[in-house]
Design a protein around this ligand. Structure first.
Ligand code: GAL
Length: 380
């Protein structure tokens, strides 16, 4: 061996030792990479069943919550599944974090629809709080309720607390009652500029005022100061609302805003970087993909403005054939975020896949998400 070869061999063995030392879980990972859209198996070899969900980091592990889905229609859902992982690529099934009830007439009686579950941790109470979109058994998508459940441990069991519409009798802070449209009962064609303008003026906000605002696709976001927000598609999916939660995260405070009235946004996912808030959302085409939207604001309850589609690369005009569901800020890494999308299979919702991709930042400070067939969280 020449002295150059000896140095090279020495450097190589040092870097292998360093890699193994600094990332023990990655060195032993069974799935070292993320392959968006492929079948993802858990540690037991079963296909991961956690759709429309969200991920948190707690006590050194990631927890992934998602809709349990079946392969047949109608879709008998068992509740909300939870998986745990040390590294975001190897997942162990931890069971149902929240189970459907066997009690007839219960809000989450088996046969109801559980969608887009999100969990946040409350530092003050030490509880894990879950919100999800609930549709009552046998009522289609009519009820449009949010539901809340709580647990002492990230894996559950979560205890169901309540469900309902949001902030009954309360007006959004960015719409004055006097200025709001009172024409909801009138005959007006939905495609006319007149109808559109009345939607903008809160015609449906007022329609739903007594019983509370509709809440379908949703996410939760916890700000640096611990304040949490519930972001949901309201007003027949025409308008997004952002509602502040109480300090224990179990209720709405009553402060909420409407954004992009008539904008038809759903599947909201939120992140914050350098004091700016960013939201990725989809249009409303059911399980079929459409072009993603990007929005930004300087405060959660402030003025939001819309920017162009943040997706780039293959199928970027159809959100990589998926739909946004969550953005994870990767703990312990500066400015690393993972955007999570569902690639729905409406024929077998269980067979829907996961598209997780790193968020990248342009020189203008605007985030974008580029298609990658394979990547590793250790690159972040
Ligand atoms: C989508 C929504 C999904 C689910 C679906 C039902 O638009 O994002 O979460 O509600 O409609 O058709």
């Amino acid at each position: 061996m020449t002295s150059r070869q000896i140095i090279r061999t020495f450097l190589l063995s040092c870097s292998i030792a360093a890699a193994a030392f600094s990332h023990p879980s990655e060195a032993t990972a069974a799935n070292p990479t993320i392959r968006p859209g492929e079948i993802w198996k858990d540690a037991a070899g079963d296909t991961i069943n956690a759709h429309g969900g969200g991920v948190i980091f707690a006590d050194g592990k990631y927890y992934w919550y998602g809709e349990h889905r079946a392969s047949v229609r109608p879709n008998p859902q068992e509740g909300v599944n939870v998986y745990s992982s040390p590294n975001l690529t190897d997942w162990t099934y931890e069971g149902l974090a929240l189970k459907a009830s066997d009690q007839p007439g219960h809000d989450i009686e088996r046969g109801c629809i559980f969608e887009r579950p999100k969990v946040i941790y409350n530092k003050k109470t030490g509880k894990y709080v879950m919100y999800f979109h609930l549709e009552l058994k046998g009522k289609g998508y009519g009820p449009a309720r949010y539901a809340v459940a709580v647990s002492d441990a990230p894996t559950g069991p979560f205890k169901f607390l309540k469900s309902g519409r949001v902030n009954p009798t309360l007006m959004p802070t960015n719409l004055a009652y006097d200025k709001a449209s009172k024409r909801a009962g009138e005959k007006m064609e939905w495609w006319t500029p007149e109808w559109r303008s009345e939607i903008g003026n809160g015609m449906f906000t007022l329609r739903d005022l007594p019983g509370g605002q509709m809440s379908r696709d949703m996410t939760l976001f916890v700000d640096d100061n611990g304040k949490a927000y519930h972001i949901y598609s309201s007003e027949d999916n025409l308008t997004l609302h952002i509602a502040e939660l109480t300090d224990d995260y179990l209720d709405h405070t009553g402060r909420y805003i409407r954004i992009f009235p008539g904008g038809h946004n759903e599947a909201p996912a939120v992140m914050k970087k350098d004091g700016k808030y960013w939201m990725i959302a989809s249009g409303c085409t059911g399980w079929a993909p459409n072009e993603a939207r990007l929005m930004t604001a300087d405060s959660m309850l402030g003025e939001w403005k819309q920017l162009p589609n943040p997706c780039r690369g293959e199928n970027a005009d159809k959100t990589f054939l998926g739909q946004s569901n969550y953005i994870l800020k990767v703990p312990g890494k500066k400015d690393s975020y993972i955007a999570m999308f569902d690639k729905w299979d409406p024929k077998s919702l269980k067979n829907s896949r996961y598209l997780w991709l790193p968020v990248e930042w342009g020189e203008d400070g605007v985030p974008y998400v580029e298609w990658k067939a394979e990547w590793s969280p250790s690159e972040l």
